[in-house]
Design a protein around this ligand. Structure first.
Ligand SMILES: [Zn+2]
Length: 471
Protein backbone atom coordinates (compact mmCIF):
# COMPACT_ATOMS: atom_id res chain seq x y z
CA UNK A 1 0.00 0.00 0.00
CA UNK A 2 1.08 3.56 -0.54
CA UNK A 3 1.44 6.24 2.10
CA UNK A 4 0.23 9.83 2.00
CA UNK A 5 3.34 11.31 3.54
CA UNK A 6 6.77 10.52 4.83
CA UNK A 7 8.45 12.83 7.31
CA UNK A 8 11.99 11.79 6.52
CA UNK A 9 15.19 12.28 8.52
CA UNK A 10 13.37 12.73 11.81
CA UNK A 11 15.11 12.47 15.18
CA UNK A 12 12.44 11.21 17.54
CA UNK A 13 12.73 11.07 21.33
CA UNK A 14 12.99 7.69 22.97
CA UNK A 15 13.46 8.27 26.67
CA UNK A 16 16.36 10.69 26.89
CA UNK A 17 17.96 9.59 23.61
CA UNK A 18 16.91 10.24 20.06
CA UNK A 19 16.45 7.71 17.29
CA UNK A 20 16.83 8.51 13.57
CA UNK A 21 13.88 7.38 11.52
CA UNK A 22 11.44 8.19 8.70
CA UNK A 23 7.82 8.51 9.85
CA UNK A 24 5.13 7.16 7.51
CA UNK A 25 1.66 8.73 7.50
CA UNK A 26 -1.62 7.43 6.13
CA UNK A 27 -5.05 9.08 6.48
CA UNK A 28 -3.71 11.66 8.91
CA UNK A 29 -2.32 9.07 11.30
CA UNK A 30 1.10 7.62 12.00
CA UNK A 31 1.26 4.39 10.00
CA UNK A 32 4.82 3.25 10.64
CA UNK A 33 8.51 3.99 11.13
CA UNK A 34 11.27 2.84 8.81
CA UNK A 35 14.99 3.24 8.24
CA UNK A 36 14.79 2.37 4.60
CA UNK A 37 12.45 4.04 2.13
CA UNK A 38 13.46 1.87 -0.81
CA UNK A 39 10.40 0.62 -2.65
CA UNK A 40 7.95 2.47 -0.42
CA UNK A 41 5.36 4.50 -2.30
CA UNK A 42 4.66 7.91 -0.81
CA UNK A 43 2.60 10.77 -2.23
CA UNK A 44 4.44 13.54 -0.39
CA UNK A 45 7.81 13.92 1.25
CA UNK A 46 8.71 16.42 3.96
CA UNK A 47 12.32 16.53 5.08
CA UNK A 48 12.83 17.08 8.82
CA UNK A 49 16.55 17.58 8.04
CA UNK A 50 17.72 15.60 11.08
CA UNK A 51 15.93 17.96 13.43
CA UNK A 52 14.21 16.89 16.64
CA UNK A 53 10.59 15.85 16.04
CA UNK A 54 8.26 16.03 19.04
CA UNK A 55 4.71 14.70 19.20
CA UNK A 56 2.64 17.79 18.29
CA UNK A 57 2.84 20.28 21.13
CA UNK A 58 -0.29 21.24 23.06
CA UNK A 59 -1.26 24.56 24.61
CA UNK A 60 -4.09 23.59 26.92
CA UNK A 61 -4.92 27.13 28.06
CA UNK A 62 -5.84 29.75 25.43
CA UNK A 63 -8.35 32.58 25.27
CA UNK A 64 -9.06 33.12 21.57
CA UNK A 65 -12.05 35.40 22.26
CA UNK A 66 -14.20 34.10 19.40
CA UNK A 67 -17.12 34.88 19.13
CA UNK A 68 -17.55 38.15 20.98
CA UNK A 69 -14.20 39.87 21.52
CA UNK A 70 -12.63 39.42 18.10
CA UNK A 71 -10.98 42.84 18.22
CA UNK A 72 -8.47 41.06 20.51
CA UNK A 73 -8.01 37.76 18.70
CA UNK A 74 -10.09 35.37 16.64
CA UNK A 75 -9.80 31.69 15.96
CA UNK A 76 -7.96 32.24 12.67
CA UNK A 77 -5.26 34.54 14.06
CA UNK A 78 -5.01 32.59 17.31
CA UNK A 79 -4.50 29.24 15.59
CA UNK A 80 -2.07 30.78 13.08
CA UNK A 81 -0.03 31.96 16.06
CA UNK A 82 -0.27 28.44 17.48
CA UNK A 83 0.97 26.89 14.22
CA UNK A 84 3.87 29.35 14.02
CA UNK A 85 4.79 28.44 17.58
CA UNK A 86 4.86 24.69 16.91
CA UNK A 87 1.53 24.03 18.64
CA UNK A 88 -0.70 21.49 16.87
CA UNK A 89 -3.58 21.40 19.38
CA UNK A 90 -4.96 24.14 21.57
CA UNK A 91 -7.58 23.84 24.28
CA UNK A 92 -9.69 26.98 24.48
CA UNK A 93 -11.15 28.42 27.66
CA UNK A 94 -14.93 28.87 28.07
CA UNK A 95 -14.91 32.38 29.46
CA UNK A 96 -13.79 34.83 26.77
CA UNK A 97 -16.61 34.56 24.27
CA UNK A 98 -20.15 35.88 23.96
CA UNK A 99 -21.99 33.92 25.12
CA UNK A 100 -19.50 32.27 27.45
CA UNK A 101 -19.52 28.47 27.30
CA UNK A 102 -21.57 27.08 30.18
CA UNK A 103 -23.95 24.79 28.30
CA UNK A 104 -23.96 22.54 25.27
CA UNK A 105 -26.05 25.12 23.37
CA UNK A 106 -23.43 27.78 23.94
CA UNK A 107 -20.61 25.38 23.12
CA UNK A 108 -22.27 24.40 19.85
CA UNK A 109 -22.80 28.06 18.99
CA UNK A 110 -19.08 28.69 19.51
CA UNK A 111 -18.07 25.64 17.46
CA UNK A 112 -20.31 26.81 14.62
CA UNK A 113 -18.66 30.25 14.54
CA UNK A 114 -15.08 28.95 14.60
CA UNK A 115 -15.35 25.85 12.44
CA UNK A 116 -14.09 27.44 9.22
CA UNK A 117 -11.30 29.39 10.89
CA UNK A 118 -8.91 27.05 12.67
CA UNK A 119 -5.44 26.17 11.32
CA UNK A 120 -4.68 23.63 14.08
CA UNK A 121 -6.82 21.22 16.09
CA UNK A 122 -8.71 22.34 19.15
CA UNK A 123 -10.45 20.87 22.17
CA UNK A 124 -12.67 22.80 24.57
CA UNK A 125 -12.89 23.61 28.24
CA UNK A 126 -16.36 23.58 29.72
CA UNK A 127 -17.63 26.15 32.16
CA UNK A 128 -19.45 26.60 35.45
CA UNK A 129 -19.77 29.85 37.42
CA UNK A 130 -21.28 31.16 40.63
CA UNK A 131 -24.22 32.33 38.57
CA UNK A 132 -24.93 28.76 37.43
CA UNK A 133 -25.00 27.66 41.07
CA UNK A 134 -27.42 30.48 41.97
CA UNK A 135 -29.63 29.62 38.98
CA UNK A 136 -29.76 25.92 39.88
CA UNK A 137 -28.16 25.22 36.52
CA UNK A 138 -25.38 22.79 37.46
CA UNK A 139 -27.00 20.09 35.33
CA UNK A 140 -24.97 21.90 32.67
CA UNK A 141 -21.82 20.17 33.97
CA UNK A 142 -22.83 16.62 33.07
CA UNK A 143 -24.20 17.67 29.68
CA UNK A 144 -20.96 19.43 28.74
CA UNK A 145 -18.90 16.47 29.98
CA UNK A 146 -20.99 14.05 27.91
CA UNK A 147 -20.51 16.28 24.86
CA UNK A 148 -16.72 16.01 25.12
CA UNK A 149 -15.27 19.03 26.91
CA UNK A 150 -11.99 18.17 28.63
CA UNK A 151 -12.34 20.01 31.96
CA UNK A 152 -14.19 22.81 33.78
CA UNK A 153 -12.88 26.27 34.59
CA UNK A 154 -13.78 28.17 37.77
CA UNK A 155 -12.77 31.71 38.67
CA UNK A 156 -12.35 32.96 42.23
CA UNK A 157 -11.83 36.50 40.89
CA UNK A 158 -13.99 38.53 38.46
CA UNK A 159 -11.39 38.35 35.67
CA UNK A 160 -13.89 38.25 32.83
CA UNK A 161 -17.19 40.20 32.86
CA UNK A 162 -19.03 37.54 30.85
CA UNK A 163 -18.00 34.83 33.30
CA UNK A 164 -18.89 35.61 36.91
CA UNK A 165 -16.67 34.31 39.72
CA UNK A 166 -17.78 31.73 42.28
CA UNK A 167 -17.84 32.40 46.01
CA UNK A 168 -16.10 29.82 48.20
CA UNK A 169 -19.32 27.94 48.87
CA UNK A 170 -20.38 28.08 45.22
CA UNK A 171 -16.98 26.73 44.22
CA UNK A 172 -17.41 23.83 46.63
CA UNK A 173 -20.77 23.08 45.02
CA UNK A 174 -19.13 23.07 41.57
CA UNK A 175 -16.38 20.72 42.85
CA UNK A 176 -19.06 18.28 44.07
CA UNK A 177 -20.77 18.29 40.70
CA UNK A 178 -17.60 18.07 38.57
CA UNK A 179 -16.29 15.22 40.78
CA UNK A 180 -19.12 13.05 39.42
CA UNK A 181 -17.83 13.45 35.86
CA UNK A 182 -14.23 12.40 36.60
CA UNK A 183 -13.00 15.48 34.72
CA UNK A 184 -10.55 18.02 36.14
CA UNK A 185 -11.71 21.31 37.58
CA UNK A 186 -9.28 24.11 36.70
CA UNK A 187 -8.99 26.91 39.23
CA UNK A 188 -7.76 30.45 38.76
CA UNK A 189 -6.25 30.54 42.24
CA UNK A 190 -6.20 34.05 43.69
CA UNK A 191 -8.07 35.08 46.83
CA UNK A 192 -10.36 37.91 45.69
CA UNK A 193 -10.65 39.68 49.04
CA UNK A 194 -6.89 39.88 49.56
CA UNK A 195 -6.34 41.13 46.00
CA UNK A 196 -9.08 43.78 46.10
CA UNK A 197 -7.98 45.09 49.50
CA UNK A 198 -4.35 45.50 48.48
CA UNK A 199 -5.15 46.97 45.07
CA UNK A 200 -7.22 49.68 46.81
CA UNK A 201 -4.55 50.23 49.44
CA UNK A 202 -1.68 50.75 46.99
CA UNK A 203 -3.82 52.90 44.76
CA UNK A 204 -4.70 55.17 47.70
CA UNK A 205 -1.02 55.44 48.50
CA UNK A 206 -0.55 56.89 45.04
CA UNK A 207 1.36 53.95 43.58
CA UNK A 208 1.08 53.95 39.79
CA UNK A 209 4.35 52.22 38.93
CA UNK A 210 4.28 48.89 37.08
CA UNK A 211 5.47 46.59 39.90
CA UNK A 212 2.69 47.94 42.16
CA UNK A 213 0.31 45.59 40.35
CA UNK A 214 2.41 42.56 41.31
CA UNK A 215 2.76 43.81 44.87
CA UNK A 216 -1.01 44.22 45.23
CA UNK A 217 -1.82 40.74 43.86
CA UNK A 218 0.35 39.25 46.54
CA UNK A 219 1.87 35.78 46.69
CA UNK A 220 -0.23 35.05 49.76
CA UNK A 221 -3.41 35.47 47.66
CA UNK A 222 -2.32 32.57 45.46
CA UNK A 223 -1.05 30.52 48.37
CA UNK A 224 -4.27 30.58 50.41
CA UNK A 225 -6.38 30.05 47.28
CA UNK A 226 -4.41 26.90 46.42
CA UNK A 227 -4.65 25.69 50.02
CA UNK A 228 -8.42 26.07 49.97
CA UNK A 229 -8.78 24.42 46.56
CA UNK A 230 -6.69 21.46 47.75
CA UNK A 231 -8.97 21.14 50.79
CA UNK A 232 -12.00 21.19 48.48
CA UNK A 233 -10.47 18.48 46.28
CA UNK A 234 -9.72 16.36 49.34
CA UNK A 235 -13.29 16.81 50.58
CA UNK A 236 -15.08 16.12 47.28
CA UNK A 237 -12.72 13.82 45.38
CA UNK A 238 -12.70 16.20 42.42
CA UNK A 239 -9.58 16.28 40.23
CA UNK A 240 -8.12 19.69 40.99
CA UNK A 241 -5.95 21.46 38.44
CA UNK A 242 -4.23 24.76 39.24
CA UNK A 243 -4.06 26.81 36.05
CA UNK A 244 -1.30 29.37 35.40
CA UNK A 245 0.43 28.79 38.74
CA UNK A 246 2.83 31.67 39.32
CA UNK A 247 4.52 31.00 42.66
CA UNK A 248 7.10 28.56 43.95
CA UNK A 249 5.11 28.13 47.16
CA UNK A 250 2.18 26.98 44.99
CA UNK A 251 4.35 24.18 43.62
CA UNK A 252 5.42 23.20 47.14
CA UNK A 253 1.76 22.92 48.19
CA UNK A 254 0.80 20.94 45.09
CA UNK A 255 3.76 18.60 45.64
CA UNK A 256 2.78 17.96 49.27
CA UNK A 257 -0.85 17.31 48.31
CA UNK A 258 0.23 14.83 45.62
CA UNK A 259 2.25 12.96 48.25
CA UNK A 260 -0.86 12.72 50.41
CA UNK A 261 -2.65 11.10 47.47
CA UNK A 262 -4.88 14.04 46.60
CA UNK A 263 -5.69 14.25 42.90
CA UNK A 264 -4.10 17.60 42.11
CA UNK A 265 -2.10 18.80 39.13
CA UNK A 266 -0.66 22.15 38.09
CA UNK A 267 0.48 24.03 35.03
CA UNK A 268 2.75 27.03 34.88
CA UNK A 269 3.38 29.38 31.97
CA UNK A 270 6.61 30.35 30.20
CA UNK A 271 6.42 33.95 31.51
CA UNK A 272 6.42 32.76 35.14
CA UNK A 273 9.63 30.86 34.38
CA UNK A 274 11.63 33.52 32.57
CA UNK A 275 10.31 36.95 33.68
CA UNK A 276 10.12 38.69 37.03
CA UNK A 277 7.80 41.48 38.12
CA UNK A 278 10.38 44.05 39.10
CA UNK A 279 12.25 44.11 35.78
CA UNK A 280 9.43 43.37 33.35
CA UNK A 281 6.76 45.53 34.95
CA UNK A 282 9.15 48.46 35.30
CA UNK A 283 10.09 48.15 31.64
CA UNK A 284 6.78 47.15 30.06
CA UNK A 285 4.24 48.37 32.63
CA UNK A 286 0.72 47.36 31.51
CA UNK A 287 2.18 45.27 28.67
CA UNK A 288 3.49 42.91 31.35
CA UNK A 289 0.30 43.12 33.41
CA UNK A 290 -1.31 39.72 33.96
CA UNK A 291 -3.26 37.94 36.68
CA UNK A 292 -1.77 36.30 38.61
CA UNK A 293 1.14 38.71 38.21
CA UNK A 294 4.78 38.05 37.39
CA UNK A 295 6.72 37.21 40.57
CA UNK A 296 10.40 37.00 41.55
CA UNK A 297 13.55 35.34 40.20
CA UNK A 298 13.30 32.96 43.18
CA UNK A 299 9.87 31.86 41.91
CA UNK A 300 11.36 31.38 38.42
CA UNK A 301 13.98 28.99 39.77
CA UNK A 302 11.56 27.10 42.03
CA UNK A 303 9.07 26.60 39.20
CA UNK A 304 11.80 25.28 36.88
CA UNK A 305 12.76 22.73 39.53
CA UNK A 306 9.14 21.76 40.12
CA UNK A 307 8.55 21.42 36.39
CA UNK A 308 11.58 19.12 36.17
CA UNK A 309 10.64 16.93 39.15
CA UNK A 310 6.91 16.58 38.37
CA UNK A 311 5.35 18.75 41.04
CA UNK A 312 4.33 20.99 38.12
CA UNK A 313 2.82 18.73 35.48
CA UNK A 314 2.98 20.69 32.23
CA UNK A 315 3.22 24.04 30.48
CA UNK A 316 0.37 26.11 29.05
CA UNK A 317 0.28 29.80 28.13
CA UNK A 318 -2.89 31.56 29.32
CA UNK A 319 -2.73 33.30 25.91
CA UNK A 320 -4.99 36.32 26.55
CA UNK A 321 -4.27 39.25 24.25
CA UNK A 322 -5.94 42.66 24.42
CA UNK A 323 -6.30 45.49 21.95
CA UNK A 324 -3.52 47.99 22.59
CA UNK A 325 -5.38 51.19 21.66
CA UNK A 326 -8.49 50.57 23.74
CA UNK A 327 -7.50 48.10 26.44
CA UNK A 328 -3.81 48.54 27.20
CA UNK A 329 -2.97 52.20 26.64
CA UNK A 330 -6.21 54.09 26.07
CA UNK A 331 -6.34 57.76 27.10
CA UNK A 332 -6.18 58.04 30.89
CA UNK A 333 -5.55 54.31 31.44
CA UNK A 334 -3.10 53.42 34.22
CA UNK A 335 -1.53 50.31 35.70
CA UNK A 336 -4.73 49.62 37.66
CA UNK A 337 -7.23 50.08 34.83
CA UNK A 338 -5.36 48.49 31.89
CA UNK A 339 -6.63 44.96 31.11
CA UNK A 340 -4.55 42.06 32.45
CA UNK A 341 -3.33 39.63 29.79
CA UNK A 342 -0.60 38.88 27.27
CA UNK A 343 -0.32 36.65 24.19
CA UNK A 344 1.78 33.50 24.55
CA UNK A 345 0.80 30.59 22.29
CA UNK A 346 3.48 31.52 19.74
CA UNK A 347 6.42 31.66 22.15
CA UNK A 348 5.73 28.71 24.48
CA UNK A 349 7.59 25.91 22.67
CA UNK A 350 10.68 27.98 21.78
CA UNK A 351 11.08 29.30 25.34
CA UNK A 352 10.78 25.87 26.93
CA UNK A 353 13.20 24.40 24.37
CA UNK A 354 15.70 27.25 24.69
CA UNK A 355 15.58 27.99 28.41
CA UNK A 356 14.53 24.54 29.60
CA UNK A 357 16.02 21.81 27.42
CA UNK A 358 18.95 23.63 25.82
CA UNK A 359 20.05 25.05 29.19
CA UNK A 360 19.89 21.64 30.87
CA UNK A 361 16.94 22.39 33.17
CA UNK A 362 14.73 19.73 31.54
CA UNK A 363 15.69 16.31 30.18
CA UNK A 364 14.49 15.28 26.73
CA UNK A 365 11.82 12.96 28.12
CA UNK A 366 10.61 15.71 30.46
CA UNK A 367 10.50 18.13 27.51
CA UNK A 368 8.12 15.76 25.71
CA UNK A 369 6.05 15.38 28.89
CA UNK A 370 5.58 19.07 29.61
CA UNK A 371 4.99 20.24 26.03
CA UNK A 372 2.79 17.44 24.76
CA UNK A 373 2.27 14.12 26.49
CA UNK A 374 1.08 15.11 29.95
CA UNK A 375 -1.56 17.60 28.81
CA UNK A 376 -2.87 14.98 26.33
CA UNK A 377 -3.16 12.39 29.11
CA UNK A 378 -4.58 14.85 31.61
CA UNK A 379 -7.33 16.04 29.28
CA UNK A 380 -8.23 12.64 27.83
CA UNK A 381 -6.79 13.22 24.35
CA UNK A 382 -4.06 10.55 24.62
CA UNK A 383 -2.84 8.64 22.61
CA UNK A 384 -4.65 10.34 19.69
CA UNK A 385 -2.63 13.41 20.67
CA UNK A 386 0.62 13.60 22.63
CA UNK A 387 2.23 10.43 21.26
CA UNK A 388 4.48 9.28 18.44
CA UNK A 389 2.84 5.88 18.14
CA UNK A 390 1.29 3.94 15.30
CA UNK A 391 -2.35 5.03 15.13
CA UNK A 392 -1.77 8.40 16.79
CA UNK A 393 -2.61 11.55 14.84
CA UNK A 394 0.32 12.57 12.64
CA UNK A 395 0.94 15.80 14.56
CA UNK A 396 4.60 16.82 14.56
CA UNK A 397 6.57 19.75 15.89
CA UNK A 398 9.93 19.88 14.10
CA UNK A 399 12.49 21.81 16.16
CA UNK A 400 15.87 23.14 15.07
CA UNK A 401 17.70 23.08 18.42
CA UNK A 402 20.54 25.33 17.20
CA UNK A 403 18.43 28.08 15.61
CA UNK A 404 19.36 31.42 17.18
CA UNK A 405 16.77 34.17 16.93
CA UNK A 406 15.11 37.02 18.81
CA UNK A 407 11.44 37.34 19.75
CA UNK A 408 9.97 40.27 17.82
CA UNK A 409 6.47 41.49 18.72
CA UNK A 410 5.94 42.89 15.21
CA UNK A 411 6.58 39.54 13.54
CA UNK A 412 4.05 37.60 15.61
CA UNK A 413 0.89 36.19 14.02
CA UNK A 414 -1.29 37.01 17.01
CA UNK A 415 -3.44 40.10 16.58
CA UNK A 416 -1.82 41.62 19.67
CA UNK A 417 1.52 43.10 18.69
CA UNK A 418 2.98 43.30 22.19
CA UNK A 419 4.77 40.95 24.54
CA UNK A 420 7.03 41.45 27.56
CA UNK A 421 9.19 38.78 25.91
CA UNK A 422 10.03 41.17 23.05
CA UNK A 423 13.79 41.24 22.43
CA UNK A 424 14.49 37.96 24.22
CA UNK A 425 17.24 35.98 22.52
CA UNK A 426 16.57 32.26 22.17
CA UNK A 427 18.34 29.17 20.87
CA UNK A 428 15.93 26.66 19.37
CA UNK A 429 12.83 27.20 17.26
CA UNK A 430 9.99 25.19 15.69
CA UNK A 431 10.71 25.16 11.95
CA UNK A 432 7.84 22.99 10.75
CA UNK A 433 4.42 22.30 12.23
CA UNK A 434 2.43 19.36 10.87
CA UNK A 435 -1.18 18.63 11.83
CA UNK A 436 -2.65 15.23 10.89
CA UNK A 437 -0.12 14.85 8.11
CA UNK A 438 -0.46 18.34 6.63
CA UNK A 439 2.20 21.01 6.84
CA UNK A 440 0.59 24.10 8.36
CA UNK A 441 3.68 26.18 9.18
CA UNK A 442 7.14 26.33 7.73
CA UNK A 443 9.89 28.64 8.93
CA UNK A 444 10.75 29.67 5.36
CA UNK A 445 7.24 30.28 4.01
CA UNK A 446 5.27 31.11 7.13
CA UNK A 447 1.69 29.87 7.46
CA UNK A 448 0.99 27.37 4.67
CA UNK A 449 -2.11 25.71 6.15
CA UNK A 450 -5.72 26.55 5.39
CA UNK A 451 -8.40 27.98 7.66
CA UNK A 452 -10.97 25.37 8.58
CA UNK A 453 -8.49 22.50 8.39
CA UNK A 454 -8.23 22.39 12.19
CA UNK A 455 -10.77 20.04 13.76
CA UNK A 456 -12.64 19.92 17.03
CA UNK A 457 -11.27 17.10 19.17
CA UNK A 458 -13.51 15.63 21.82
CA UNK A 459 -12.20 14.17 25.03
CA UNK A 460 -11.64 10.43 24.54
CA UNK A 461 -12.62 8.07 27.31
CA UNK A 462 -9.81 7.37 29.72
CA UNK A 463 -9.94 5.64 33.06
CA UNK A 464 -8.47 7.09 36.21
CA UNK A 465 -6.16 4.08 36.53
CA UNK A 466 -4.85 4.52 33.04
CA UNK A 467 -4.15 8.17 33.74
CA UNK A 468 -2.21 7.43 36.92
CA UNK A 469 -0.22 4.66 35.24
CA UNK A 470 0.85 6.91 32.42
CA UNK A 471 2.03 9.81 34.54
ZN1 LIG B 1 -6.61 32.04 31.52
Amino acid sequence: MGFDLVLKNAKIPQGNRTVDTHILVKDGKIAGFTNDLTGIEVAEVIDAENNLVLPGCIDSHTHFNDPGFTHRENFATGTQAAAAGGVTTIIDMPCCSVPSVRSVDNLEAKLEVIKDKAYVDYAMWGGATGEDVRNNALYNIKEQADYGVVAFKVYMTPSVPTYPPASDAEMLEIFREVAKTGLPVGIHAENLDLCTYHVNKLRKEGRFDGPAWAEARLELAEKVAIQMAISFAEETGARLHIVHMSTGIGGVLVGEAKKRGIDVTAETCPHYLVLNAYESMTKWRQFAKIAPPLRTTKDNEMLWEQLADGRVDFIATDHAPYEIATEKEAEGMDIWTAFPGIPGVETMVPIIVSEGYNKGRLSLSRLVDVLSRNAAIHYGLYPKKGALEIGSDADFTVIDLDYEWTIDKDKMYTMAKYTPLHGMKLKGKPVKTIVRGKLVYDDKNGIVGKPGYGQFVKRQTISKLERWLKF
